[in-house]
Every structure is written in C-alpha cells, then in structure tokens.
Ligand binder design. Structure first.
Ligand code: ZN
Length: 89
C-alpha cells in the first residue's frame, strides 16, 4: 500500500499473504511503533513493525460504525439547536 498507513484499533486489514488457517483478514488490536494484529479466523496474535506491515497490507476494510454515530450526532445538533438552548434558560 502506498503512503502512510493510517490505522485505528478495530480496523480490519486484508494482507497480501494468507495465514496458514486460510484467512487474509486481520483485526488491529493495538497501535504504536509496533502493530498488534489478531487473525479474524483463528484468533492468532502477531506483532509487526509498522514499516513491515505497510508492505504487506493489501487494503483496509474500515468499519464505518463510529463514523455513522458522528454523522447522527452532528445532524441532531444541527437540526435541534433550540432544544439545548431552552434547557439553560
Ligand atoms: Zn489465522
């Protein structure tokens, strides 16, 4: 994958190499100088350096759930600003 790898905990990564159990998908468990991944199929844990992982990631299957919550939250604030103001007065 090109560019800087932007990872968040909970992201699902598809790697180029297949795990012996048959899965390509890995879940990000922790992020730092080293990245800890858990195999989605068998639960096996591995720790990879960010630079090594960057070369072996095919794509990121990001979960959109937190993003959706943020959209709902912002639209509530936008459409019902009065309901918050009335409480304070
Ligand atoms: Zn596995």
């Amino acid at each position: 994958m090109e560019g800087i790898l932007q990872l968040e905990i909970g992201d699902i990564l598809e790697l180029k190499k297949k795990h012996p159990c048959g899965s390509y998908d890995w879940k990000v468990i922790s992020v730092g100088a080293d990245i800890r991944l858990e195999c989605c199929a068998c639960g096996h844990n591995i720790i990879l350096k960010r630079s090594v992982l960057q070369k072996s990631v095919k794509r990121i299957k990001r979960t959109w759930f937190p993003f959706l919550i943020m959209i709902v939250y912002l639209s509530v604030i936008y459409f019902y600003p009065c309901s918050f103001a009335v409480e304070g007065t």
